[in-house]
Structure formats: C-alpha cells, structure tokens
Write a protein that binds this ligand. Structure first.
Ligand code: SF4
Length: 220
C-alpha cells in the first residue's frame, strides 16, 4: 500500500481525528473476510489525500497479489495504453489513486478470478473516498466497480453502461476491463476505440492538469 503524506481527516463514524496514514494502517490491518480468502489478507491499493484521479477496478489477480503492485500485469499495460500514460505517470500516487472494489485477492475457480469480496467496498470505499477530497474523476473498470458506484444508474449490460459514458460525467467514467482476453469485445464495439478512448484521454488529461483552485497548473 502506498500513501504520499499523512494529512488529518475526520472519520464520519467516530468523530475523532484520524490521519490519512492511520486510515491506511486500518485498511492494511483488515481481516474482515480472511476466512473466505485463499491467502492471508493483503489489501493492495494506492492512495493519497492529494489524488485527483481514482481508478476502481475489480480485485487483485494472483500476479498483483504476489507483487503487491496494482495493475502490474498485461491488463495494466493495456489500461496505461488506453490512458496514454507511462508506468511512472500511472504510479504517481500523489495524483492517481488506485482502489479496487475488493482490496484482497479473492482466489480463482476453474481458472477464473472470483468476484471481489462483497464486504470490502462498503467497508473501505466511503472512508477512503472521503479522505481524498481532490478526486475529480473516478474510472469504473468492469461490472463490479460499476455496480457498486453506479447502482441502478448503470445499463442493462456492461456495453450499455460503457456506451452511455457521457451520462456519468463529470464524476465517473465507466470502462470495460482491459484484459487482453476482451479483445473481441473491443472489436465488436468500434465506438470504444474511435470515440470513447479519445474522450477518456482528454478528460483524464484535463483532470490531472487542473490545480486545487480549478485552474490549469500551467496558467497563472
Ligand atoms: S478483501 Fe477487503 S474486507 Fe476482505 S480482508 Fe481484504 S481488505 Fe478486508
């Protein structure tokens, strides 16, 4: 888990002041669904109180679980390609937070990853999101992230939800999972690469270039 500093926040449930580092320490120590996990809990996320872009995916896969680095796999390579980012830019925790729907590797069944643990997002997303007030855009990658954050606003299918990306601006941007196994999906939906990806890059670029006062950093 990574954090850039320890500014103070106030947890909504206790009324006590808790630093960002203390919140991350609580996340790191979580064992709520340990009995359902194939390995001891290892929450994998990157967060800081200065982050402006939040990336919400599904849950760590085996390789990510082993390395402790989110999106450190071929799906991450494709996601960075979509965003037009280098690894260095993508892993700049001061600007980009990465918090999956389920923070720990849930295991596999018949070679497929299990869904994120249902306890996780309701437990940790609200306090983490509250502790990152600078977030201007949240990328919702895959059906689980969209289900949790969009609820009844999402479409009948993942394609319906993603195709309606303009409806979720300015707070959210729904995306399919960038698994290389989904290449046929990308081909069947040509608007994805032709229309959505250019819009995504433009929106992310604008969010990351914007300062705390809402002005572009390169403007006086
Ligand atoms: S998946 Fe989430 S709720 Fe379960 S142990 Fe990990 S951090 Fe806690």
């Amino acid at each position: 888990m990574r954090s850039s500093n320890s500014s103070s926040i106030t947890p909504a449930d206790s009324g006590a002041t808790e630093t960002f580092a203390e919140l991350l320490a609580r996340v790191q120590a979580c064992t709520v669904c340990a009995a359902q996990l194939p390995h001891p809990p290892r929450p994998i996320l990157r967060a800081s109180p200065t982050a402006r872009l939040l990336i919400v995916g599904q849950a760590p896969g085996r390789r990510v679980h082993e390395t402790g680095i989110p999106w450190n796999d071929p799906s991450g390579d494709l996601l960075r390609q979509w965003l037009g980012m280098t690894r260095e830019q993508f892993y700049d925790v001061a600007r980009i937070a990465i918090v999956p729907t389920g923070l720990c590797y849930p295991g596999t069944v018949k070679g497929s990853d299990l869904p994120p643990r249902p306890e996780c997002a309701p437990l940790w997303h609200p306090p983490l999101r509250a502790a990152m007030p600078g977030i201007r855009l949240t990328l919702l990658i895959g059906a689980y992230a969209q289900a949790y954050h969009l609820g009844k606003r999402r479409g009948r299918t993942l394609a319906d939800t993603v195709h309606a990306w303009r409806d979720f601006a300015p707070d959210f941007f729904p995306l399919p999972h960038p698994s290389p196994r989904n290449r046929q999906w990308f081909k069947r939906h040509p608007w994805f690469e032709q229309e959505l990806l250019p819009a995504l890059r433009e929106r992310v670029g604008a969010v990351l270039a914007t300062g705390d006062n809402g002005n572009l950093n390169n403007q006086a």
